[in-house]
Design a protein around this ligand. Structure first.
Ligand code: DQA
Length: 139
């Protein structure tokens, strides 16, 4: 099984960015743990702060991977282009968020990703990514 985690803007700063909301672990540290936990999965990771680069990556992997785990971060709430890319590809996309976006500011309640996603997992901290992986293993 081939899965990719795609992270959007500012998620490269996990560990130091607003630790009260996003925790103290860097994504690289957490990702190493996921790789060790799921040796049977071909699991890769991509992060970009640039909207177009995220769209290009979704298109690139969206016809040969078994799943995309996408945290589009702030672009979740603004990007029609990323939402369209999610709908355009064949690979199922699970939308994830570290925080419970519904318990935060109102502008975070809207997602351009959800309508095209297979499902949404949010609010479980970094464990949201692990739960998304499990959703692909169980389906
Ligand atoms: C986030 C939630 C977004 O609202 C925010 O802009 C992020 C991270 C999350 O994982 O909780 O950058 O997607």
């Amino acid at each position: 099984m081939k899965l990719i985690i795609i992270n959007g803007p500012n998620l490269n700063l996990l560990g130091s960015r607003e630790p009260g909301i996003y925790g103290t672990s860097s994504f690289e540290e957490y990702f190493a743990g996921l790789k060790a936990k799921y040796p049977q999965i071909e699991l890769s990771y991509y992060q970009s702060n640039v909207e177009g680069e995220l769209i290009t990556k979704i298109q690139e992997v969206g016809f040969d991977h078994d799943g995309i785990i996408l945290n589009a971060a702030a672009y979740t709430h603004t990007s029609v282009g990323i939402g369209d890319a999610v709908k355009a590809v064949e690979t199922p996309v699970v939308e994830v968020h570290i925080s419970n976006t519904f318990a935060r500011e109102e502008f975070r309640h809207q997602s351009h990703i959800s309508a095209g996603a297979k499902g949404v997992i949010l609010g479980f901290g970094l464990q949201s990514y692990d739960l998304a992986i499990q959703s692909f293993l169980d389906s």
